[in-house]
Design a protein around this ligand. Sequence first.
Ligand SMILES: *Cc1c(COP(=O)(O)O)cnc(C)c1O
Length: 364
Amino acid sequence: MSAPQRPIPQPGILDIAPYLPGKSGAPGSQTIKLSANESPLGASPKALAAMLEGAAKLEIYPEGSSRVLREALGEVHGIDPNAIVCGNGSDDLLHLLAQTYLGIGDEAVMNRFGFSVYPIITKAAGAEIVMVDEVDYTANVDALLAAVTERTKVIWLANPNNPTGTYLSAAEVRRLHAGLRPDILLVIDNAYAEYVTAADFEVGLDLALASENVVMVRTFSKMGLAAARIGWMVGPAHIVDAINRIRGPFNVNLPAQMAGAAATRDLEFNDRLKTHNAHWRDWLTAELSGNRIRVVPSQANFVMVLFESPETAAAAFAALADAGYIVREIGASYGIDNGLRISIGSEDAMRGVARVLKSMDQTQ
Ligand SMILES: *Cc1c(COP(=O)(O)O)cnc(C)c1O
């Protein structure tokens, strides 16, 4: 065999289908972006003020462990700041978890319509992703457990899930954990936890603090700080220690640390966002649900809308785009080609989306 004539990526890298972000409108256009689950109420004003304060010291390296942010999170969530690791978005932490616990020959298990970043980070670590069937777009604990082999090292679970908006109850997550070998890491990605209203849901915090093989991963992105890139995770000391060894030594910039700390303490803003979201999520669900459109019940800040056919979904996407609303197509990324994911936006945006889809419905 002749020597390669150029650098060759590690096994698995070129099997990765690149992540497709939600589309934005053309720069300067009047489009409303409902494709990336961003806050329709902007950022917390206190977070913005803190970020500007942090920007006054751009020549100084940030404190590397994100101490101000971990202290704020510890205070508000009632946990030891030492059990927390912060990241440049939760994406950073998910990558680090994959790199730390997966390698060539290993398997990671996820539900088929789980978050599309999980296959990317699994393959980037050289491991294989095992996709497990769902029941009506909801993760199925029995199927996840049945997919475990001696090669399984990680279970990726987004709860609530993106792009479906569905969730597993506290009892189901605990049943999943109870069925796993102790050497398998259960990653509970609670990216949308702030928006959940279901009474039988719990975040992965207690499980992460009480177990040796569970971490909870969270983000500020869906709560008004997507541009700041801030994520955090909670886990047992041995996992926190391992992640701290390989993370970038200054992985969260200082303005972001300060914005995240202020946002954590701005309970009034967070509450306003949750209330707005719950109201318009319910409203949009009720408004669109009919015999030609199915809205999958969501606990997140978006809804997945299912049409009769891929063609109808494509026509709906086009009609919404014509009216200035950019939503998320989920055919290419997720294989749900009769679906669209629509972020919960302002009242005007929700009324506009409903008007477009309902008028479309009547002409079919
Ligand atoms: C948006 C999202 C994240 C990533 O958030 P960042 O903190 O912006 O990297 C992680 N998991 C799920 C399920 C998400 O939808």
